[in-house]
Design a protein around this ligand. Structure first.
Ligand code: PLP
Length: 378
């Protein structure tokens, strides 16, 4: 067999090294300098105009959102279980309780029709995840949150440049957290951002971001010295990271277009296998403009998924599973609450396979993966 088709391959956008050299020449390598501010401007533009703050990860952005929600012991946050551990950890770190809600079988996003039944007097917020960059139904979720006086957090780790009814994701919640981890569409190695869309929280967000001090106000000349005023931590990435990220953000529309080309090629080529009942392709609602973050297929059954993975491996294709549901994970059993059965989450998590998706993927690579899937679903 020839070379393997890797699952992911971090790719340079072009100006990364040039911008890092410029950061050194500016003699400012700590956070919140020239390159961080340029990133803040672009992220704000891309997500609908909220206040953007770079963080060292999406995890950090979610932790900031949990602090801003003032979560405390016994408070509850509704979320899917089909997500990364950070979504739940951010809540647990405040002493609060993630409450898991099942997902929709089409988008694999939180099922908005099940939210109401999971509300208790302790519910403070709902944290939604736009899986694979496909939007949750943000009108239904916002209306639900308004009805119960809840805050909305978007875990938009996978959602840069994706939309719901033409409006950018990351712009709907009171808060949104983005990821620039090397596995995402736009990367900084490790990196992320918090977007604060509700202006009521903008000043406190800046204080939490700056280790609980009002240093940002001091730098703007609004106060004569800065001091410790609130909770906070070290959430800022350095200018080296921001310089790398700016090069990526400037090319992010082109990056998204290139990923969509690979996504669309998979989608067209796999239609016959779906028609033959050998796998299921992703379902994207007409209102959702996605960003080609993940191309996944659902095998017919859990054993068929294991056989598919083994055969793809033999054929040199690096395909991988995704989340082990949090509600049945050891820490999920210990820290979270699951008020109702989770049949869709359990079923989908056992049948999902992610195919190679990255900027170095060629049309020939996609065709080879599709041919391998034909073999692996026989
Ligand atoms: C990647 C991811 C995260 C974590 O992002 P980091 O930047 O690595 O902290 C959180 N939630 C979801 C849904 C993700 O896909």
């Amino acid at each position: 067999m020839s070379d393997r088709v890797p699952f992911n391959a971090p790719t340079l956008a072009g100006k990364e090294f040039d911008y890092i050299r410029q950061a050194l020449e500016r003699r400012h390598l700590a956070g919140n300098g020239h390159f961080s501010k340029a990133c803040h401007g672009l992220i704000s533009d891309f997500t609908g105009g909220g206040r953007a703050l770079l963080t060292h990860s999406c995890t950090a952005g979610l932790e900031m959102a949990a602090l801003l929600c003032d979560l405390g012991p016994g408070d509850e946050v509704l979320m899917p279980s089909f997500t990364f551990a950070s979504t739940a950890n951010a809540v647990v770190l405040r002493g609060a309780v993630p409450v898991f809600v099942d997902i929709r079988p089409d988008t694999l996003n939180i099922d908005e029709t099940l939210l109401e039944a999971a509300v208790t007097p302790r519910t403070r917020a709902v944290c939604v995840v736009h899986y694979a960059g496909v939007a949750c139904d943000m009108e239904a979720i916002s209306a639900f949150a308004r009805r119960y006086g809840l805050l909305v957090i978007e875990d938009a780790a996978q959602a840069l440049h994706a939309t719901w009814k033409g409006r950018p994701l990351g712009g709907f919640g009171d808060f949104a957290a983005l990821s620039f981890h090397e596995t995402k569409n736009v990367i900084a190695g490790e990196g992320g951002a918090l977007v604060v869309n509700n202006p009521r929280f903008a000043l406190r967000a800046e204080i939490i971001w700056e280790k609980g001090t009002n240093r940002a106000q001091f730098y703007r000349g609004e106060i004569s010295r800065y001091t410790w005023v609130d909770l906070g931590s070290s959430f800022l990435p350095s200018e080296v990271t921001a310089a790398f990220l700016l090069a990526q953000l400037e090319q992010s529309r082109e990056i998204t277009r290139a990923r969509l080309q690979s996504w669309n090629r998979y989608h067209a080529a796999l239609a016959p296998l779906e028609q033959a009942g050998r796998l299921r392709r992703p379902l994207v609602p007409a209102e959702a403009g996605h960003n080609g973050h993940i191309y996944y297929v659902l095998a017919r059954s859990a054993p068929a998924r294991e056989a598919m993975l083994a055969r793809l491996g033999e054929l040199g294709v690096s395909a991988v599973i995704h989340y082990v549901p949090l509600h049945s994970a050891p820490a999920g059993l210990r820290f979270a609450r699951t008020p109702a059965p989770m049949p869709v989450t359990d079923d989908v998590a056992a049948r999902l396979v992610r195919l190679p998706m990255h900027l170095a993927l060629t049309e020939a690579d996609v065709d080879r993966v599709v041919a391998a899937l034909g073999d692996a679903t026989r």
